[in-house]
Design a protein around this ligand. Sequence first.
Ligand code: NAP
Length: 309
Amino acid sequence: MSLAIVGAGRVGRALGKLLRDRGWRIAAVVTCSSATARAAVRAIGAGKPFAHLTPEILSADVILLTTPDSAIAATAAKLAQVTRGIPPRPGVVGATRLALSPAEGRVARSEWGGRIVLHTSGALDSCVLAPLTRLGAAVGSLHPLQTFGARSIPSLRGVLFTLEGDPRAARVARRIARQLGGIPIEIPARAKPAYHAAGAFAAAHMLSLIEGGTQMLVKLGFPKKQAQRGLLRMARQMLSNLETLGPRASWSGPVSRGDFSTVEKHMVALAPFATEFSRAHAAMLLLSARVLAADNGATLRRLKRMLKD
Ligand SMILES: NC(=O)c1ccc[n+]([C@@H]2O[C@H](COP(=O)([O-])OP(=O)(O)OC[C@H]3O[C@@H](n4cnc5c(N)ncnc54)[C@H](OP(=O)(O)O)[C@@H]3O)[C@@H](O)[C@H]2O)c1
């Protein structure tokens, strides 16, 4: 199958490269500048670079939209005005142009009908691609539950890929997930923002907590490397316990032992730090009581009184 990529940053390049390695033909690769488009093609190892939306996108079976979330709706609206059958008006390829005439609309529908368009946002569902649905495209979303950096391409083996959308788009999304060694899982469109927030709990919040702890230790005089290594080691052990023993048996720290006097000491000790530290600590204590304590809310109530929540 062939793939066009619109917005080839971290995710677009990674998926492009991995799919190319699995035999997909890479067609147009679109970014915001010629330099980034050429760099994306080099990273993927195939494709034709473009710094604007181009009718060549329509030569692909599947169009992958991997722009930032904030650009997906506008990009879909602009894509709906890209057709091979209508010559672009000067200077407006990739820019908003006037609505298509009825005849142009017919051409656009004949070119977009049956085309598969997927975006990779975790929080948005496929409704954001409505302008393309109206032209007959089968739209969906496919989100790898994985973080992607700018420097390297992570393996997607074993990664959950959540998907939703038109059944034809969902079928292709499932196939992509499986080809990449991932585990496809369907999600109702309305659940996407909460699903995405759950991912933030496990990854983005974990990063902020470990970096926050590191900065506290540095302020107390620890060398930064040692502080980070020490906390990372403890975090890894906790994650390993969680995998092997389960959440309750892995729960440690004063609240797990009912040691509320230590909690009070923590709150006093955090006072000199920026307020976000004590607020985050209090919020995490309450969350741990909510999700880990098996005492019908007794720990949670006591903490709420203590923390005046
Ligand atoms: N990063 C992650 O860990 C991750 C994980 C799962 C899903 N996602 C989702 O995947 C999508 C892409 O994220 P990303 O991290 O890969 O983003 P990114 O690295 O910032 O790349 C975005 C790409 O889109 C292009 N772009 C930016 N604004 C655009 C616009 N207005 N019109 C057209 N193209 C535009 C950029 O062009 P230039 O290269 O020229 O700047 C770049 O190639 C998002 O929906 C995100 O939520 C991200």
